[in-house]
Design a protein around this ligand. Sequence first.
Ligand SMILES: Cc1ncc(C[n+]2csc(CCOP(=O)(O)OP(=O)(O)O)c2C)c(N)n1
Length: 371
Amino acid sequence: MTDEHATDQPWSVLSSSGVLRASERVPGGADALDLRAAYRDMVLARRIDTEAIALQRQGELGLWPSMRGQEGAQVGAGSALRPRDVVFPTYREHAVAWCFGVDPVQLLGLFRGTTMGGWDPRERNFNLYTLVIGAQTLHAVGYAMGIVRDGDVATGDPERDRAVLVFLGDGALSEGETNEAFVWAAAQNLPVVFFCQNNQWAISAPFSVQSRVPAAERARGFGFPGVRVDGNDVVACHAATHEALAQARAGNGPTLIEAVTYRSNPHTTSDDDLRYRSAAENDAWAARDPLERLHVLLSGPGAAYPMDDAFLADLAAEEERLAERLRTGCRALPVPAPSDPFLHTLSTLPPDLARQRDEHLAFLAAEEVSA
Ligand SMILES: Cc1ncc(C[n+]2csc(CCOP(=O)(O)OP(=O)(O)O)c2C)c(N)n1
């Protein structure tokens, strides 16, 4: 991929009024992506998000970072993955997790406080959520080095070649780790795709404060291509990620994708976004809603891939089943044992930590006896 598209104007094929433009940049046309399946994934991912917010409001979750508005970016990227690719998410990649087959009930555990993770990263090649901004970019680069050493790049065998897809927010571009990751990915020509969702805000800090140029333009300075894509256009996001992953798997090195999108809800359920941004801004972005524009395309007259009433009724029923499963599953998440914080960090607990664990458990046992 060249960086000729790293301009101010994000690249798009699906207009905000739901019209699909022909583009040689979408290999195989829109057929590269099953549009109805993409719509289904976006609707169900939004429902996961909405249910999680409701659960937080009912006191069932401590916190929830909403991804509402970012479904186009996430489903576009997530649907470009192959099973052997490896994902390093932030804490907001709920739709990517959905696309890659992670059980959405497991996403809730971290925010309910019942687990430090929630799923086994080895089962799906989907790593645990990272709350430290930018840290996962270095993890991804390290993993990409491992893939190269395993001989899993540029073999020409689609069953074997693999790549790493790492997600970051616009705020993470200001972190030293992210910039170190860019340098190392370029220096080693690593099979890694950096997918930056520029949702305009790093909590209350706007993108314009953190970057004088479009994020995609930074890639050139590190020595690899950048592409600026309309993050609310699922077709363009899929095509850009599909191409970047193919380049990475083929041994042609890293790409930075900047998906220009918008976090339409507050940063998390603890945040009050009206203190730093206007309702007018929210309204302007609502008019570019990624689900709405795909819905228009798929239900408009003469749609090549129409959604008929039966499809929409099935989807509505599936949404309700998913929502019920989330509510029941959330409340049934197992309460962790007091010894759990000592697990899963070190394969063998050093004597000092083992002693602390034993003292902690003895203290709790004594409390129970005296109660
Ligand atoms: C190293 C580090 N510094 C600060 C924070 C506090 N913090 C949590 S989220 C956030 C903003 C992140 O913004 P961005 O990277 O754009 O991602 P978004 O939340 O918008 O998806 C900050 C500063 C943190 N978690 N880690």
